[in-house]
Design a protein around this ligand. Sequence first.
Ligand code: SF4
Length: 146
Amino acid sequence: MLNPDERLQVLEDLNRLRKRHPKLDMPEEMLRQFASPPQSPADCVFALTTQTLSADLKTKVTPCQFGGNPDCKSCGCIASMGLAAVAAHKLGGVVPVGAIFKASIAVGRVVAGRQLPTVKSKTQSHSGLHVLNSQIPEPPSDASSG
Ligand code: SF4
């Protein structure tokens, strides 16, 4: 695990490398997100838009793919920072994509009648992961198309 100074040093190095090697797909906007990652899974676009299942393909891993108590300030997930960069982008220089995204999630939850992730649910611990019992329906047993 990198300490904050080491993390900043890595970001500065990556920023230098990105300028020296244009093929390195490392936009500055994304590096900026690594410098100020989400505060919690509730602020993380990636955590809010993905669902991770354990190896049994039934047990949900929440609140993010890293399990129950993620250290967001140390997060090195490029998908999370990439989506954070998209959310930080302002449409027309005014409206942040993240605001539209959060409104969309709120509407979707109301329509779907789903609980917010902060609502306490029956949980279990497994291999250091904070997991939520799955209620995903079984796939159909007959996969033939007729
Ligand atoms: S650990 Fe990373 S991916 Fe998980 S919620 Fe925090 S910022 Fe998002």
